[in-house]
Design a protein around this ligand. Structure first.
Ligand code: GLN
Length: 431
C-alpha cells in the first residue's frame, strides 16, 4: 500500500481498545505505509523488544528479523505492535503473562484464550487486520476460537521457526490469525517456504489460495466421537451437531468416528513439551539475554536470575521437564511418551486413509472468566482437541461457528500432512 491510512486507522483503534483489552505488550507508534499486522511477542522483529511476556528477557531488543518477518516486510506489512501471550507461550489463557492478562473483546471479564491471546483479541477487535501466532499445542487455534476469528496451524515444516523463541521445537509452528480464511491463505503464501536457517522446513511449492472461493467436491468427513464426550460443554456439542448437519445437507459424507487415542494426547504432550522446554530454556541463564541478578557466585546468579525471571507456570514446566529427562526416569516418561505420540499420530494417519478431514470442537469450553481456572490439570485438559494435530504434525484450522452462552464457538478441522491448501479451501467454503 502506498498510503499510511491503514496504519493510522489501526493505531487509532489500538489507542481506544487497549485500555480494556491489553492485547499488546509493545505498540510502535509510528505512522508508516503498509498493512498493519500484530506479531506475537515471541517472534523477533528487528529493533523491537521481544519479551515473550517474561521478566527474564527484560531489556532485550531483537537484533534480527525472524524469517516470517523478513518475508512480510518485503510484501509491505507494517509491524504496528507485539502482542501479548502466556509467558514463553506456555498456557491457554494469556493469564500467565508478566504484563497482565489480555481480555476477551466479546466480554472483558473473560480470557482471550492463549497462548496467542493478544493476537486473537487484536484481530477480533479490529486493532489490526491480521496477526501471527505460534502453536505448540493449540495456541493459535484456541484463542482464535475464544475470540471468534480464524486461526490456522500449518503442517509442521511449512513455516520457518527461525526467529521464533523456541518452546517445544518438535511441535512449534507459526501461523496466521485473521478475520477470514482467505486472509489466512494469503498470509500462508507469504510466510511459508524452505529456509536454510530452519532444517525442519520442507521444500514444497504450495499455493495456499488455490481452492479458496472455488466449488468444493463432495468430501468424506470424520467427526471425532470424542467431540460429544465428557467435559465438552453442551452448547459446544450443539454447535458441532449443527455443523455436521450442515455438511450432510450439502452432500458431504459425514461419519462419527471413534478416535479413542485422543484421550492420551494431553498426558503425552505434557511430558514431551516440558521436556523440550527444560532444554530450550536453559539458554536464559542471566548471561546471554536480558535480566541478570548479580550475585557472589555463578550458581547463585543462575538461581536468582531464573528463580525471579521466570513465572510460576514456566518454572513448573522446567521442573517437570528436567525430571522427565533425568537418567532414572527417561525411559518411564520421555521415551514412553515418544512412543505414544507415534501411536496417536498413526491413528490419525489411518483415519485419513478413509476420510479427507477430521472435525472436532477447537476447545471443549467457551472463554472462561479471568482467574477462574486454578488447577493446572483442569487447565491442561482443555487442550485435548488441539494437541493431537501438533503431535502428528498435521494442519488444523479453527473457524468461528456460532455461539454458546453468547460467546464464540470454534470448530476445528484437521487434514493430513501437506493438505493445507485443500483444508483452507474447504474451511473457506464452510465459512
Ligand atoms: N496450552 C498449551 C500449553 O500450555 C499450548 C500452548 C501453545 O500452543 N503454545 O502448552
Amino acid at each position: 500500500p502506498e498510503s499510511t491510512e491503514l496504519v493510522e486507522r489501526s493505531l487509532e483503534v489500538i489507542s481506544d481498545e487497549e485500555k480494556r483489552l491489553n492485547a499488546f505488550i509493545t505498540v510502535k507508534n509510528e505512522i508508516e505505509k503498509g498493512i498493519p499486522i500484530g506479531i506475537k511477542d515471541n517472534i523477533n522483529v528487528k529493533g523491537m523488544k521481544t519479551t515473550c511476556a517474561s521478566k527474564i528477557l527484560e531489556g532485550y531488543v531483537a537484533p534480527y528479523d525472524a524469517t516470517v518477518i523478513k518475508k512480510l516486510r518485503v510484501c509491505g506489512y507494517a509491524f504496528v505492535g507485539k502482542t501479548n501471550l502466556d509467558e514463553f507461550a506456555m498456557g491457554a489463557s494469556t493469564e500467565y503473562s508478566a504484563f497482565g492478562p489480555t481480555r476477551n473483546p466479546h466480554d472483558v471479564e473473560r480470557v482471550a484464550g492463549g497462548s496467542s491471546g493478544g493476537s486473537a483479541a487484536a484481530v477480533a477487535s479490529g486493532e489490526v487486520i491480521a496477526a501471527l501466532g505460534s502453536d505448540t499445542g493449540g495456541s493459535i487455534r484456541q484463542p482464535a476460537a475464544f475470540c471468534g476469528v480464524v486461526g490456522f496451524k500449518p503442517t509442521y515444516g511449512l513455516v520457518s521457526r527461525y526467529g521464533l523463541v523456541a518452546f517445544a521445537s518438535s511441535l512449534d509452528q507459526i501461523g496466521p490469525i485473521t478475520k477470514t480464511v482467505e486472509d489466512s491463505a494469503i498470509l500462508m503464501n507469504i510466510i511459508a517456504g524452505k529456509d536454510e536457517n530452519d532444517a525442519t522446513t520442507v521444500d514444497r511449492n504450495i499455493d495456499f489460495t488455490q481452492f479458496v472461493g472455488k466449488q468444493i467436491p463432495k468430501m468424506k468427513i470424520a467427526v471425532a466421537k470424542q467431540s460429544f464426550g465428557e467435559g465438552v460443554e453442551e452448547g459446544i456439542k450443539n454447535r458441532v451437531n449443527e455443523f455436521v448437519q450442515e455438511l450432510s445437507r450439502h452432500g458431504h459424507d459425514v461419519d462419527v468416528v471413534d478416535i479413542d487415542e485422543i484421550k492420551y494426547s494431553v498426558a503425552t504432550y505434557y511430558i514431551i513439551a516440558p521436556s523440550e522446554v527444560s532444554s530450550n530454556l536453559s539458554r536464559f541463564d542471566g548471561v546471554k539475554y536480558g535480566l541478570r541478578i548479580s550475585s557472589d557466585s555463578l550458581r547463585e546468579m543462575y538461581e536468582k536470575t531464573r528463580g525471579l525471571g521466570f513465572g510460576e507456570e514456566v518454572r513448573r514446566r522446567i521442573l517437570i521437564g528436567t525430571f522427565n529427562l533425568s537418567a532414572a526416569y527417561y525411559d518411564a516418561y520421555f521415551e514412553k511418551a515418544q512412543k505414544v505420540r507415534r501411536v496417536i499420530a498413526n491413528k490419525l494417519y489411518s483415519v485419513f486413509e478413509k476420510y479427507d478431514f477430521i472435525v472436532t470442537p477447537t476447545s471443549p469450553v467457551v472463554a472462561f472468566k479471568v482467574k477462574s481456572v486454578n488447577d493446572p490439570l483442569v487447565y491442561y485438559m482443555m487442550d485435548i482437541f488441539t494437541i493431537p494435530a501438533n503431535l502428528a504434525g498435521i494442519p488444523a484450522i479453527s473457524i468461528p461457528y456460532g455461539k454458546s452462552e453468547n460467546l464464540p464457538v470454534g470448530i476445528q478441522i484437521m487434514g493430513p500432512r501437506f493438505s493445507d491448501a485443500k483444508l483452507l479451501g474447504f474451511a473457506d467454503w464452510v465459512e
